[in-house]
Design a protein around this ligand. Structure first.
Ligand SMILES: [Fe+2]
Length: 246
């Protein structure tokens, strides 16, 4: 029996340099189904090139919090330079594409969302305490997912790839294609670090009731992406892209 394989990508954040390498790698394996879990265009890099690649490879996408953030501010000027840069690189087709993206996706035994089933900006797996990022316990995760019938749940948003088994679910965070580390002030100050600059994605191979998960890390020309971030006035992004650390 032929395995059904699906590649999951997420959090590209406009890094077309990394996305191109990931899509070529997926294609070289003969995998035809690609699902993108959102936060595709936002960032000081290459939103248009990212959009074009997603179209070329017929990637099926859902919306992330940063996709929603672009749309919420599409008709008004803000004082956020990276948001204004992203908007300046977009055309009407790209805006309509963002508007068309669903919050979640269900594929037989798989449920997919950007962050968690209840919110596009609350981490599903990660728990934030002062200066410490840990993973929620299995009971807490099963409680959050109690209304999701699918046994396999794909998520993203934290940019750190993980596979977590609870009593009822297998939860996979597919990591980030384009931004391997960042820090954020909300809801409390925290750092997310994948600890290397490689671009990440996940392949699931389904064979009836059984499945195999492969977490893929690929080197790419991250210096090119970092230089572009610097050119567009985001030295912090350049550092995160080069190091995978904050
Ligand atoms: Fe996100």
């Amino acid at each position: 029996m032929k395995l059904k394989q699906i590649a999951f990508i997420s959090d590209i954040h406009g890094n077309s340099e990394a996305l191109r390498v990931v899509l070529q790698n997926i294609q070289s394996r003969g995998i035809e189904s690609i699902i993108n879990l959102g936060d595709s265009l936002y960032g000081p890099l290459d939103p248009k090139g990212t959009f074009d690649l997603l179209q070329d490879y017929q990637v099926q996408s859902i919306s992330g919090n940063q996709d929603r953030f672009i749309l919420e501010n599409i008709d008004q000027a803000t004082d956020i330079p990276t948001l204004e840069f992203t908007k300046s690189q977009m055309n009407t087709v790209m805006t309509e594409w963002l508007r068309s993206l669903p919050f979640s996706l269900k594929l037989n035994q798989i449920y997919c969302c950007h962050a968690s089933p209840n919110s596009d900006c609350n981490y599903l797996l990660e728990k934030l305490d002062k200066n410490v990022v840990s993973v929620k316990n299995v009971n807490e995760l099963d409680e959050i997912l109690k209304d999701i019938p699918q046994p396999i749940v794909f998520c993203a948003h934290s940019h750190v790839s993980k596979v977590v088994k609870t009593k009822y679910k297998t939860i996979i965070n597919c990591g980030s294609v384009g931004l391997p580390a960042y820090d954020d002030e909300l809801p409390i100050y925290h750092k997310m670090e994948s600890l290397n600059p490689m671009t990440k994605y996940v392949i699931i191979s389904l064979d009836g009731e059984t499945f195999q998960i492969e977490q893929v890390s690929l080197s790419y020309n991250y210096e090119e992406a970092a230089l572009l971030a610097e050119k567009n006035n985001r030295p912090d992004w350049a550092k995160w892209i080069r190091n995978g650390r904050v």
